[in-house]
Design a protein around this ligand. Sequence first.
Ligand code: LLP
Length: 427
Amino acid sequence: MSYFSYKNDILHAENVALDAIAQQFGSPTYVYSKAALTANFSAYADACRQHSPAPDSSLICYSVKSNSNLAVLQLLSRLGSGFDIVSGGELLRVIAAGGDPRKVIFSGVGKSREEMRLALSHDILCFNVESIPELHRLNEAAAAMGKRAAISLRVNPNVDAKTHPYISTGLKENKFGVAYEDALACYRTAAVLPHIEVAGIDCHIGSQLLDDAPLLEALDKLIDLVDQLASEGIHLHHLDIGGGIGITYDDEKPVAIGSYLGRLFARIDAWRQDKYQGAPIKVLFEPGRSIVGNAGILLTEIQYLKHSEAKNFAIVDAAMNDLMRPAMYEAWHGVQTVARRNSAEQVYDVVGPVCESGDWLARSRPLAVEAGDLLALMSAGAYGMTMSSNYNTRGRAAEVMVDGEQVHLIRQRENPADLFALESLLA
Ligand code: LLP
């Protein structure tokens, strides 16, 4: 079900017309649907309850990098979410949003000492460690604070996620995790470090996966490792399968969350029963895109129409600095006119004002539009605002969250003067 739909030929977010939002908050503006966010999170939560009913036997750790607005984090935290973070800054956001640091896992290949100290001081659930030097640094940081750091090793299962090479992370040539073949030796090292507590195992093989077969293949490889570790007396409390489930941008048909979790828990249960007589190993997930991606759009206004011999351009007030994905991955986002026109369509490239040929948001789209019309760039809730920049000294867009008939401003538009407030002139 889409929470963005036409009513009387005007595109709405839930029950609010998008032209009214542009009028009140200006353009460009990211618009999120609270009902969509809630439904997407609930797809995970319901499947966990159904397939893994034992208390505390699963945890959904929303991947903050996909959309880190405080109101989004607050909503998910209230729904019971934990969080997957990749920086000290993201931890501070989670805390500012009312999230529970004890439900936070910390991923990433380059954690600094300062970030480790911050996370240790808040007693986060687990560090997803990605290398031996990181393990030693964490051991030292924990020792200096008189603590023990709970860790998972992020294992690289060498599984092909069959997605865009920039967002595939589980192959040997990727910088992420420790190689599958080295994992046992790494665990042995971790097990004897006095300020490290071995808690789990983790992997994340890529993003925008449409099929769950690579994830189930990775799961099998993790399970084999857990068994080998157990035979050496290293017992793990949790298994973290990462995020990665894709969404529909165009006509993709991603696996349904419920079916994926059903298959995953069936596999885990068979193993738990076989080897551990049902002893619950907790299962963690790190979804991002599948929770926020289709819950947000980027609203933008056409400034000019430009017709050249080769092409027609719709020049809008949003740009690559607001939505990087097309320029960076040639990503496809649907374009919908906010008000439907009956005039004939022409084929347009939708481009922004930034001085780069790569500044395009959509190519070759049939649109019936005039200057001044509003467009919605669809499925922009994930990796939209979080990847935005101030290139060309453009203030970042406003963000609003719609809840039924109500609209909440959840981030003010950046004022250009704010953009150079931290800079200084020479004496
Ligand atoms: N866990 C880890 C360790 C990750 O690196 C990521 C995403 C996730 C979880 C969440 O994955 P998701 O469920 O969202 O697929 N900027 C790119 C996507 C980069 C993904 C990075 N890692 C894009 O716009 O497509």
